[in-house]
Ligand binder design. Structure first.
Ligand code: LLP
Length: 432
């Protein structure tokens, strides 16, 4: 009935998330409010790591991509499931560190890491650093020497696969700010340099082919390309690569007609390709890493708003305005991303209208969505926007000096604050 399986309707006709009444959440914590379903996060993490065990003999790790949604409580949940973390800035590293996350299970990314970030990552003992470019390799080599450590590194490779079309295309996708190109020889030259570095150990190779991908073929193709490169390194340099990180990007259901492949099938098929190619090419089976972000956080989350004004413009459209907008939900104005919405206190009713849900920012493009099927919404109603757990809180801003909403986790019928709502004093905390 709803796009995410953790949503339901209770006897009062109210939308529930993880069994908790969303209308009560809105009145208890206020709106706008991000709500995350802890059990669903845990279930999805388990689906990933159980499939890794089943289809790849457990010779792999799931690293949750914390850019999708990062706060200390999320880090604690991931840690308690025994999974790793992908961090892409000193802020994400710091959040994990302060949450007590085991830093040896963290992969540190970034196409333009600062010396400060590299130093922090090394001092805290991250498991591996994913090196993006040759100048980073050289800086890392010298900072590691100075700190007297020998970090494991992976190289981020551009595998030349564009998965952002329905039929993925294999192009010489050199035009990306991320990683080393294969086809120009850049990646191979960098590998030659890295294997001779004294202070870093070239542990693995990494690729990430995009995000919100529904098909499995592009992932299989990426694995083939990467294994061919691993074989080339072995054959020409006599150097064996231990780790293969295939990134994230698994699509999720935002709308009823979205039909992403189940993660289990993805892991079964990609593991199959990795095994077959290793046999065929005579290279050892690498430890496999994946970095799902959206697929873990998005379906577990909703955003709750209170309806204010309703504006019916005859023959044009109806605007239903809510007390948040692009500051907490930036994906429509940025990408035109579509979501399902429900009037939480009328969740049993037909979605009889098609409306534009507008935010409260001083900007015409500040919309949650257009042409959205919705129950008749009036001032005071609570609207839930579904599957907002990824790339909403993490990409939120204080535009118009709006206060960032609170994040509440629900579990076992109970709720608790994980991130407090910003106060007005938070808004001016750095002003002098
Ligand atoms: N690993 C790497 C190296 C990545 O760059 C990303 C996402 C991931 C893993 C996680 O991908 P996921 O499983 O979440 O698709 N802000 C955009 C998405 C940007 C994704 C950036 N990289 C959005 O809201 O759609």
């Amino acid at each position: 009935m709803f796009v995410s399986e953790n949503l339901g309707v209770n006897n009062a006709g109210h939308l529930t998330i993880g069994g908790v009444d969303t209308v009560e959440l809105a009145s208890q914590y206020g709106t706008p409010l991000y709500v995350m379903d802890e059990q669903m996060i845990r279930n999805t993490l388990r689906r990933f790591h159980d499939s890794m065990k089943k289809y790849y003999n457990g010779k792999g790790e799931v690293h949750y991509a914390s850019k999708a949604f990062s706060c200390m409580e999320m880090c604690r949940i991931v840690a308690s499931e025994g999974d790793g973390l992908d961090a892409v800035s000193i802020g994400e590293l710091y959040t994990a560190y302060k949450a007590g996350f085991p830093m040896e299970k963290v992969g540190f990314h970034g196409n333009n890491k600062t010396d400060e970030e590299i130093r922090f990552a090394l001092e805290k003992g991250v498991g591996h650093i994913i090196v993006d470019n040759i100048s980073e390799l050289r800086r890392l080599e010298s900072i590691a020497a100075e700190l007297n450590v020998q970090p494991n590194i992976m190289f981020r490779i551009k595998p030349g696969i564009d998965a952002h079309t329905h039929d993925f295309v294999k192009t010489g996708q050199i035009d990306s700010k991320f990683g080393f190109a294969l086809e120009t020889g850049e990646a191979f030259e960098a590998v030659k340099e890295a294997v001779n570095c004294k202070n870093v150990k070239l542990y693995g190779l990494h690729c990430h082919i995009g995000s919100q991908i529904f098909d499995i073929e592009p992932f299989e193709e990426a694995a083939r390309v990467m294994l061919a490169f691993i074989a080339k390194i072995k054959n020409e340099l006599g150097y064996e690569i231990d780790g293969l990180n295939l990134g994230g990007g698994f699509g999720i259901k935002y709308l009823e007609d979205h039909d992403p492949a189940p993660f289990e099938v993805y892991l079964e098929r990609v593991s199959g390709v990795v095994r077959t190619e290793c046999d065929r090419l005579g290279v050892k089976l690498p430890t496999m890493f994946i970095e799902p972000g959206r697929s873990i956080a998005a379906p577990a989350g909703i955003t709750l708003y209170t309806v204010g004004a309703r504006k019916e413009i005859p023959n044009i459209r109806t605007y239903v305005s809510v007390d948040g907008g692009m500051a907490d939900s930036p994906r429509y104005i940025l990408y035109g991303s579509e979501y399902e919405a429900i009037v939480a206190n009328k969740a049993n009713e037909e979605r009889s209208e098609k409306v534009t849900i507008a935010g409260k920012c001083c900007e015409s493009g500040d919309l949650i969505g257009e042409n959205m099927p919705l129950q008749h919404a009036e001032s005071g109603d609570i609207i839930a926007v579904c599957a907002t757990g990824a790339y909403n809180y993490s990409m939120s801003s204080n535009y118009n000096r709006l206060q960032k909403p609170a994040v509440v986790f629900v579990n076992n019928g109970e709720s608790r604050i994980a991130v407090k709502r910003e106060s007005l004093d938070d808004v001016i905390r750095n002003d002098i």
